[in-house]
Design a protein around this ligand. Structure first.
Ligand code: BG6
Length: 487
């Protein structure tokens, strides 16, 4: 039997993520023939629902969000099942045993089971233990894997104890920590760009790179997630996971081959090389911000503290900018400027590699900078900027660009992040999932920032729709640089 055939058990099946991301991803995989008929989905949550009700809810969501229709939709929905349990009660998990037996039989899935924890994080430690109480974690009959959604902990202590809890019942090779940024085609492309092009390779280090900018800007506010976001902030929501993973892709050493072990060895290595931040480092290199109300395109948008679920005196950061360094042979002394925020001027995720200028300005005082702009989203692509002669008399240099757009490639086979990652988990390929050591390295790096924030960290205001607090401009200006303002 195909080893990808399996039953996918989604805990938190009545939640947002299930109908917004997981079910659509599975549906699209099914539609393009990447899932065989040998799979089933068992939705699990507290709410009492019959299979038919669950199917109807998912069908409605697929029609609305994916424009699904016709026989293929009906066929897909016939693979969906539902079981209500009290997810905090180990005894109740007994109900899963006959359901799973029946589904494995029916779809010939040989006991292969992919658990997906799409629940509030407080259940991440509970579910593995309750599964184990019924032997549902053992791999005697088919593989058992468990996908963990972020956040993997709240700080270094809780992350460590969560890890201990899950490891009591699942081994590391069974644990898939999902960071959807690693599922993005353009993030993976960072590796291909770096490691398959001989002309970048010699330049990718402190000798030729002046500094690196990483931006994860969002135009949207916190929307309906104020309650969650207020306990999290930009640091935990975006920086500790997504942006540090992107940084790792930019900065890691080449793995000898691409597989889960060698890739993730290099990722962990570079993350452990992040220069540990002292209290003074944090003070001098970090800027936190929170958006205030503003008029955008004739409409007044709320300030962060006016958002639903956010306390009026909240001090949570919706923006952060940090200057950091990597203590290793390749990167010593090269600053990495990283920023992320909600309600910024535009939505853009990009990496900018700023190369050093020529040693002596022959043609003009303002020689163009050599830059490589790697656009992760939207308008996915790569742009290089360099100087050419300005037409006309004399020898003045002018910045020009050479661009590649992903949309020029056939995109029909591009998988979205969740499609790619779910498929990889079913195949048993953990290359694009965060390993425990990398997660630990990220928390270790971030912890001094969290401590600083908790004790004395000032959060500056910035207007919704702007590029963040002016203090962030001052931060990068300390070394005579400026943030790129992508449009
Ligand atoms: C999520 C965060 O992990 O990533 C959200 O919780 C954020 O707050 C989202 O909006 C950004 O993802 P993307 O793929 O839209 O860049």
């Amino acid at each position: 039997a195909n080893t990808e055939n399996n039953c996918i058990v989604i805990f938190g099946a009545s939640g947002d993520l299930t109908y917004r991301k997981l079910i659509p991803a599975l549906y699209n995989l099914y539609k393009i023939g990447r899932l065989t008929e040998h799979f089933s989905v068992l939705g699990v949550a507290r709410t009492e629902l019959a299979d038919a009700d669950f199917r109807q809810k998912m069908r409605d969501a697929l029609i609305k969000n994916e424009k699904a229709s016709g026989q293929i939709l009906e066929d897909f929905c016939s693979h969906l099942y539902y079981q209500a349990i009290n997810t905090r009660d180990a005894k109740d998990y007994g109900k899963l045993v006959p359901r799973l037996d029946e589904l494995h039989d029916k779809y010939c899935t040989n006991g292969n089971t992919l658990y997906y924890m799409s629940t509030p994080p407080s259940l991440y430690g509970v579910i593995p233990e309750c599964l184990a109480a019924h032997g549902l974690n053992t791999e005697e009959q088919g593989w058992k894997r468990i996908i963990v959604e972020k956040p993997f902990g709240y700080d270094i202590k809780t992350a460590e104890s969560l890890d201990v809890q899950i490891h009591r019942f699942f081994e590391e090779h069974q644990i898939y920590r999902i960071d959807h940024y690693l599922g993005k085609e353009t993030v993976q492309n960072l590796l291909v760009l770096r490691f398959s092009n001989g002309f970048f390779e010699p330049l990718w280090n402190r000798n030729y790179i002046d500094y690196v900018e990483i931006t994860g800007a969002e135009e949207i506010g916190v929307e309906q997630r104020g309650g969650y976001y207020d306990g999290s902030g930009a640091m935990r929501d975006m920086f500790q996971n997504h942006l540090l993973q992107v940084l790792a892709m930019v900065a890691m050493e080449p793995p000898a081959i691409i597989n889960a072990d060698s890739m993730r060895d290099e990722v962990a290595k570079v993350l452990y090389c992040l220069h540990p931040l002292s209290n003074d480092d944090v003070k001098n290199n970090l800027v936190l911000g929170q958006y205030t109300s503003a008029e955008i395109n004739g409409e007044r948008v709320k300030s962060y503290i006016q958002e639903e679920g956010v306390p009026a005196d909240s001090n949570t950061e919706t923006y952060m900018a940090l200057r950091c360094e990597i203590d290793n042979w390749r990167w010593a002394g090269v600053p990495f400027y990283i920023r992320t925020g909600k309600r910024l001027a535009t939505r853009v995720t990009e990496v900018v590699i700023h190369f050093k200028t020529t040693p002596h300005p022959v043609f003009s005082q303002n020689a163009p900078e050599n830059k490589l702009i790697i656009r992760i989203q939207p308008d996915e692509g790569i742009s290089t900027r360099f100087g050419l002669k300005k037409p006309g008399a004399g020898f003045e240099a002018k910045e020009v660009s050479m661009d590649f757009c992903y949309s020029d490639l056939a995109t029909s086979s591009l998988l979205t992040a969740y499609e790619r990652l779910l498929l990889d988990a079913m195949k048993g390929d953990a290359t694009l999932f965060a390993r425990t050591d990398a997660v630990h390295a990220c928390w270790k790096f971030v912890q001094p920032i969290l401590n600083y924030k908790a004790s004395q960290g000032r959060v500056y205001e910035y207007e919704a729709g702007s590029w963040g607090p002016t203090e962030a401009d001052k931060l990068i200006a300390k070394t005579g640089r400026v943030w790129r303002k992508p449009s």
